[in-house]
Each structure stands twice: as structure tokens, then as C-alpha cells.
Design a protein around this ligand. Sequence first.
Ligand SMILES: [Zn+2]
Ligand SMILES: [Zn+2]
Length: 299
Amino acid sequence: MRRSIAAEVARRPNDDRFDLRGERASLATMHGKERVIAPLLRRFLGLRVETVHGLDTDRFGTFTREVPRPGSQRDAARAKIAAAFAGNPGVRVAVASEGRFGPHPIVPFAPLGVEIVLLADRDTGIEILGQFVDLDAMWTHAIVTDIAAARIFAESIGFPVQGIIVSGCKDEGPCPESGLFKDVQDHADLERAVDNVIARCGAAVVETDMRAHCNPRRMKAIKRATVNLIREFGTRCPNCDRPGFVITERIPGAPCALCGTPTRLIRAEASACAGCGHRAKNSVGPPAADPSLCDACNP
Ligand SMILES: [Zn+2]
Ligand SMILES: [Zn+2]
């Protein structure tokens, strides 16, 4: 289909309704995330990022479990976006980041960190998600019964550059109600906190601080999620030019090279536009799958 001249004119860069250059953006963080997010959004999208003053993001949940984090990761980021808009009235854009950590679902003893950065534009209604999956996240803990073991743990994670949280211990798990030390700055602090908790619980849980400003590895992951967000923003719908024309579906079924049976190997990727509904499908991977992936040849 040929694009009309009117549509071509509407696509001129200085008349682009999706252009964010020169706009203000509000970022909800109290953990220094602007250090990595703001320069990237300024350089690539032209956004002027401001943080929200006096915002307590801990009310959206803490890593140390005093405040649970309900809902999906995206829901949690959306709640922070709403607070960012409320905290800086008049801004067009709000940005929030949210991390989740847990054991890797397949690889034993490996941690898995999923970092997302979400951008919302009030004028156009677009919401763009950047993501980074960290297979080597700094997320670990130990249960210690003396200060020597706590010191070994501290050394293994790179304390004090990487922060430590000390909390009470009950049934071999963390129990923040019986002790929680979040601002352990040096080895003397660590010793005091561990002694205090062991005196009460008999053991202490020492774990990596997951707050961005205390976890350099996490700060790097947030940076990578922001780069991914910028890339997703730059992927435009070929029909209406809306940012965020991203892959929404991966379609398996590449045929076996030997017998032609559809396999689990991805044969195509589909993208869909959240604005106009335009869809596109691209073939990916080799035209035929290796017989080792075939359930008929290699059951
Ligand atoms: Zn086969
Ligand atoms: Zn579209």
C-alpha cells in the first residue's frame, strides 16, 4: 500500500507526536537509579529526567520483606509510575524500574535477576518496557552462627562495595521482626549487627543488599534494561509509526530436516502494534530443524 502524502508529512521528525526531545520525565527512585537511567534517556530520547523529592518507594515493597511486593513486576512498576506523575505534576513522561530476584528455574544454585524499566507517555498513552535478565545477579545469602562465618560471607560478595543486610533468623529463614540492620557500612557495623542478632536468635541471616545504590551488579543490570528500553522505543510500527513495535510471539514448528515433522524449534516471530493493531511475521532460524530436536526421529 502506498502511503499518502499527508501521512508522509505527519512522519516528518519535527512533527512527530511520539518525539520526546526536550520533554521532562519524572523518575521514582530513592536508590540513586537516576545515575544510570538519566544520562541514557537524555542522550538517546532527549528527555530531561527529574527525580521525585520526598518519595518513599519502600511503600511499594522492600527486598527485606517488611513490606510485601504484591502483583506482577509490571504492576509494581506501574504503581511507581503513578507516584512519579503525582510527584512531578506537569511532566509528560514518567519512568520507573523494578527488579525481581530468585533461584534460576532450571540451573541449580544459580540466581536469576529480572530487571525492568518502564516508560509511560501521558500525551500518547504509550508504555514501553525495557528488560534485562541477569543470570549472574548478586543475590545470595547465608545463615551464620558466629562472626567469623559472617566475615567469610562478606568477603565472598565484595563487602563493603556490595552492601549487606543482617536480619534475625527463625526456622532457618529470615525473620526481620526479630532484628533488621540495613545500614551496615563497615566491618565494625557488621560485627555489631551480627552479634546483636545472634544473641537473640542463635543465628543471623546475612544477605546481599538488593537496593540499587548498594548493589553495583544490579545498577549495571538497570543500565542494560534502560538500553533495551531505548531500543524498543526506536522500533516503530511500519503502519502508524508508533514506538514499541516489539516481538509479541515466538512461533515454534520448524520442520525436521529428515522427516518434516514440526519441532519445538522457533520458525517465526510475530510483532503487533498496540496502537493500530498492525501485525507482522518474520521467519527466523534455519528453514529445517536438526533431527536431534525431532520427537519422531529422536523420541
Ligand atoms: Zn524427524
Ligand atoms: Zn501501528
